[in-house]
Design a protein around this ligand. Structure first.
Ligand code: PGA
Length: 253
């Protein structure tokens, strides 16, 4: 049995005061549920990690970052290492989010290095994959997701990959209010599970959690979670409202 895992990606939102307030409200709303039947994490902007970490301290809600750089230290102005994230109390880190792929221009090769660095630094990576609308329309979803999975996980042994969570986020569903239907999502989740079986064997592929992301809301979370290969949710917009996020966490149990 895979334990459900819900993570909130706050993206470039909140300010110092608002981040702490939101974290406190999330603890009040789903602190009791988190950790027992469902793993829960929030991923605030880098600069608020420590403050949010403090606000989460008494709960089982984990702290995650939205990105990491692959080098350990040195002259990489503006970048943040895995060790720094670990130092601020992070457990998880999102790698290869579609906004980093398509707005910032990250490649599969770079994302692979980031996942590697995260694991080497003792963080649990959430590797995001997903197709653009034009790729779906051109029936390229399988090709795109297969490439992102194979290149994103290139060079990983089974032992390493165990610590990775995959997040399938169709880009056309992110922040658009358009959610993939549970059937559309399940189809790609099953593809991802199949790829993991091919790459690492059945036992491991059965253990790896695959989150769905893209306009997840309290009213669609339960139905998405009802799908066989959907093991959790990566929530953007709705994670900025503590009540909505708590409702999503509860729907995931
Ligand atoms: P959304 O974002 O829930 O606002 O669509 C999801 C994500 O980008 O992780």
């Amino acid at each position: 049995m895979r334990k459900p895992f819900v993570a909130g990606n706050w993206k470039m939102n909140t300010d110092g005061h608002g981040a702490v307030k939101l974290a406190e409200e999330v603890v009040a709303g789903c602190g009791e549920t988190a950790g027992h039947k469902v793993d829960v994490a929030v991923c605030p902007p880098f600069v608020y990690l420590q403050q949010v970490g403090k606000a989460l301290h008494s709960s089982h809600i984990a702290l995650g970052a939205q990105d990491v750089y692959f080098e350990q230290k040195g002259a990489f102005t503006g970048e943040i290492s895995a060790a720094m994230l670990k130092d601020t109390g992070c457990t998880y880190v999102i790698c290869g989010h579609s906004e980093r792929r398509h707005v910032i221009g990250e490649t599969d090769e770079l994302i692979n290095k980031k996942v590697k660095a995260a694991l080497a630094g003792g963080l649990l990576p959430i590797l995001c994959v997903g197709e653009l609308l034009e790729q779906r329309k051109a029936n390229k979803t399988t090709d795109v997701v297969t490439r992102q999975m194979k290149e994103g996980l290139a060079g990983f042994s089974a032992e390493k990959v165990e610590a990775v969570t995959i997040a399938y986020e169709p880009v056309w569903a992110i922040g658009t209010g358009l959610t993939a239907t549970p059937e559309q999502a399940q189809e790609v989740h099953a593809l991802i599970r199949g790829l993991l079986t091919e790459m690492y064997g059945k036992k491991l592929s059965n253990e790896i959690r695959i989150q769905y992301g893209g306009s997840v809301k309290p009213d669609n979370a339960g139905e998405l979670m009802g799908q066989e290969d959907i093991d959790g949710l990566l929530v953007g917009g709705a994670s900025l409202k503590a009540d909505d996020f708590a409702a999503i966490v509860k729907a995931a149990v």
